[in-house]
Design a protein around this ligand. Structure first.
Ligand code: FPP
Length: 237
């Protein structure tokens, strides 16, 4: 297999972290043990992404549909996010990581909401590396919210840029690559507008097992794709 091309690293990578439950089940562990191992994977992959030169990383941590899970699991996921943010708060500032969120975070438990607002504010001037977390996020709600924002602003005729400005991701580039783990091959309401030209990569690996090697494999696959954005391929002269 060819080596990774340092000049063609995807700028923004979106990750649908799937398979935590199955990872736990395989080990006869409670589902929350899978999510806990999922946070370890998130840390591993964040470090690896930064080392490889990725600039923006979006994680789908909790969808608008995930509220339908048992309360114990939902509360457990929020606790894990809270713990991760608390433990890494100083590190984000020191390492110049900007934390952004997408989704209606006002519906999250108050302590998590307040911490997310605080860490987003404290890190908003960092430009080195962005970690964007999808929490109570669903792309359809995001699109409807953008439309309502535009109506509220009295807009009658809008451009693509007007619309993009109302998305949670307005400060981010569109994802170049979207990775989904655990063998499922769908976007499940993740960045539907933003993914118009994203390359999609699916792997059978469960999220808690995903590591730097898997990320490199996904990037190499991405680099082998011919991204044309609707244009005709430029022949080499
Ligand atoms: C999908 O696996 C995973 C989730 C719904 C939760 C993922 C959340 C975390 C890993 C915590 C995120 C932490 C931070 C700091 C952002 P699944 O439960 O749907 O797996 P299954 O399909 O095998 O049941």
């Amino acid at each position: 297999m060819f080596k990774i091309d340092k000049n063609k690293i995807p700028y923004h990578v979106g990750i649908i972290m799937d398979g935590n439950g199955r990872w736990a089940k395989k080990r006869l562990l409670p589902r929350l043990a899978g999510h806990k191992a999922g946070v370890d994977a998130l840390k591993r992959v964040t470090n690896a992404a930064r080392e490889l030169g990725i600039k923006e990383l979006s994680f789908f941590a909790f969808s608008t549909e995930n509220w339908q899970r048992d309360k114990e699991e939902v509360d457990g996921i929020f606790d894990l996010v809270l713990k991760h943010l608390k433990e890494n708060y100083e590190r984000f500032i020191h390492d110049k990581v900007k934390i952004t969120t997408m989704g209606d975070i006002s519906k999250l438990p108050k302590n998590l909401y307040e911490l997310l607002v605080d860490v987003s504010n404290k890190t908003k001037h960092n430009t080195e590396f962005i970690v964007n977390i999808g929490l109570n996020y669903g792309s359809r709600s995001e699109i409807i919210r953008a439309c309502n924002n535009l109506i509220d602003k009295g807009k009658k005729n809008i451009t693509q840029q007007d619309f993009i400005n109302e998305l949670y991701t307005s400060s981010l580039k569109d994802p170049d690559l979207i990775i989904r783990t655990s063998g499922e091959q769908r976007l499940s309401n993740f960045m539907l507008f933003q993914s118009a030209y994203s390359e999609l990569y699916f792997t059978k690996t469960y999220w808690p097992d995903f590591n730097k090697k898997h990320l490199i494999k996904a990037i190499k696959d991405y680099q082998s794709r011919d991204r044309r954005f609707g244009k005709i391929k430029q022949e080499k002269k």
